[in-house]
Write a protein of this length. Structure first.
Ligand code: ZN
Length: 202
């Protein structure tokens, strides 16, 4: 007997990458996580593919087919084609990659890629803390400091996908330069693992 088809979801972080096989109702049936750079810097795409393969195998062993793949990455994404932008400071090897097309070809299933915190905001809105709300803001301090905004039941992407990047709001105008081109961004102070430099300055 074939059980319900599942969706594979991957959250690529600057430190850890997590993958799961989930039902359409959001129940996680298989979960696995690895260090994003376990195979060395520059190898994250291969690690993502191996992780997806492993989770798919576990889902299939339980009698589930896999219907589609969704990936959240820590950087700007053109979600219509699943191409990652050029600024991916924590996983730079993903910059410019057409990851959705690569995964669709590799696994023979439709694949979608979006910014990780946009995906998180949609997830919380559909299945989690924001279920039933028309608008919400998700703050996600991790290796960086991401944020996602749902306004009147629509995800706010903004110019160049920066609509929800509250982490790049300047909080100290004469603060240290940030990779985004600004200075003293919230992300430099408020992320989960502040750099030694920031800690030393505070
Ligand atoms: Zn910044």
């Amino acid at each position: 007997m074939t059980r319900d088809a599942l969706l594979l979801g991957v959250d690529v972080g600057g430190t850890t990458t997590a993958a799961g096989a989930v039902t359409r109702e959001g129940a996680v049936l298989v979960e696995q996580r690895v260090l994003t750079h376990r195979d060395g810097r520059g190898r994250a795409p291969e690690t993502i593919i191996e992780l997806l393969g492993s989770v798919r195998e576990q889902a299939e062993r339980r009698g589930h087919a896999v219907e589609a793949i969704g990936v959240g990455v820590p950087g700007p994404v053109d979600p219509t084609v699943g191409r990652i932008g050029e600024h991916v400071p924590h996983v730079p090897e993903l910059a410019g990659r057409a990851l959705a097309a690569e995964l669709a070809e590799r696994f023979g299933r439709p694949a979608f890629v979006d910014n990780d915190v946009n995906a998180l905001a949609l997830g919380e809105w559909m299945f989690g803390a924001g279920r039933g709300a028309r608008s919400l803001v998700v703050l996600a301090p991790g290796t960086g400091f991401g944020a996602g905004i749902v306004l009147e039941s629509r995800l706010v992407r903004g110019a160049a996908g920066f609509g929800g990047e509250l982490g790049h709001t300047p909080v100290k105008f004469d603060g240290p330069p940030c990779w985004c081109g600004g200075r003293g961004c919230l992300a430099l102070y408020a992320r989960a693992a502040p750099s030694a430099r920031c800690s030393a300055r505070s």
